[in-house]
Ligand binder design. Structure first.
Ligand SMILES: C[S@@+](CC[C@H](N)C(=O)[O-])C[C@H]1O[C@@H](n2cnc3c(N)ncnc32)[C@H](O)[C@@H]1O
Length: 313
């Protein structure tokens, strides 16, 4: 077993055994990890892969790549790529290879990102409203609150946060920002507090913060494109596995896998298919893999994880 650099805690890989069980399909294969993070899953894979295998680790967060590089320095078959995980073609080109055996995405943010106050993901007090996963990007959550029209704020709170009080919250934000910009978590929390009654507040904080994070990082658009691109690039017989942490992402993955397994659009009364659309993927059973109670007890951040795996035909 290779010696691994001991570094301060970064992130606990979720569903680790399940990910290996479904995705470790070829010890000499090409693995595309679109969300390298602290390299937790990567390390588990690399310890089982041969030196012939190639592991491509992608992250949009330069700090995460830096950490993973140090952690995985004993392994010489890793290519690190700073970019978006839907940019599969460029990452494969940078790694000088064409088709991966496995594509793995562990969506969202790492514990390290959530725990770092200066990244602005959490709704703890006195945190600047930043939320950029890639700090080279210009748009922050504070910019959205300062610049978006009321109707666009309503749209993102509704669509990405599924928040019932979206209209009221957006209206108060627009009124508030004409007096004083909303720059810190407290500014936003006090708006939500004024708009949402009683105990519902706590859930609304989470929903509004989630909506802003999705908008800042264009999370859903990128995921949609990555699923399509991923299936195009994957080798036949290769597998795509995605862990998601909120219902919008999981719905997108679930529907994509379903549609690719059964793409026929012919009316059911037709005796034979005339649309000619062929299945491109088979969903592996069980269709939904979730963490055990034991894992959730050890790592409460795993509680909302949903893992789905498809095999390219
Ligand atoms: C949940 S963490 C991954 C943790 C990793 N599996 C581990 O075990 O350490 C998600 C990571 O994906 C990155 N990320 C999120 N969206 C991304 C995107 N569109 N493109 C590239 N990286 C992304 C985040 O910066 C974060 O480091």
């Amino acid at each position: 077993m290779k010696k691994v650099n001991k570094l301060p805690f970064y992130h606990e890989p979720v569903l680790a055994q399940e990910v290996l069980h479904y995705l470790l399909i070829n010890p000499d294969g090409i693995y595309y990890d679109g969300t390298l993070g602290g390299g937790g899953h990567a390390l588990l894979f690399l310890q089982k892969l041969t030196s012939q295998a190639l592991y491509i680790g992608v992250d949009r967060d330069e700090q995460a790549l830096e950490y993973a590089r140090r952690r995985l320095s004993a392994f010489h078959n890793v290519v690190y790529y700073h970019g978006l995980y839907n940019d599969i073609g460029s990452a494969l080109q940078a790694a000088n290879c064409s088709r991966p055996d496995v594509i793995f995405l562990d969506l969202g943010v790492s514990s390290h990102q959530i725990n770092s106050d200066q990244r602005g993901f959490a709704f703890r007090p006195h945190i600047a409203l930043d939320m950029r996963m890639d700090r080279e990007q210009a748009l922050t959550a504070a910019d959205i609150l300062a610049e978006y029209e009321e109707k666009d704020l309503i749209r993102i709170f509704k669509e990405y946060g599924e928040e019932r009080h979206s209209r009221r919250i957006a209206r108060v934000i627009v009124r508030q920002r004409s007096e004083k910009p909303l720059r810190f978590s407290d500014d936003l929390i006090s708006v939500i507090e004024r708009c949402v009654p009683g105990k519902q507040k706590i859930k609304s904080y989470a929903r509004i913060f989630q909506a802003l994070r999705i908008e800042v990082n264009r999370e859903l658009d990128i995921l949609k494109e990555a699923l399509e691109q991923g299936l195009n690039y994957l080798k036949p017989g290769g597998r795509m596995g995605v862990i998601s942490y909120h219902s919008l992402e999981d719905r997108m993955v679930k529907n994509f896998f379903k549609e690719q397994e059964n793409p026929c659009t012919c009316p059911p009364e037709l005796p034979v298919c005339v649309c000619g659309k062929q299945p491109r993927l088979k969903r592996l059973r069980p269709w939904l893999i979730i963490p055990t109670e034991e894992e959730i007890k050890k790592n409460p951040r795993a509680r909302s994880a949903k893992f789905r795996v498809g095999e390219k035909l």
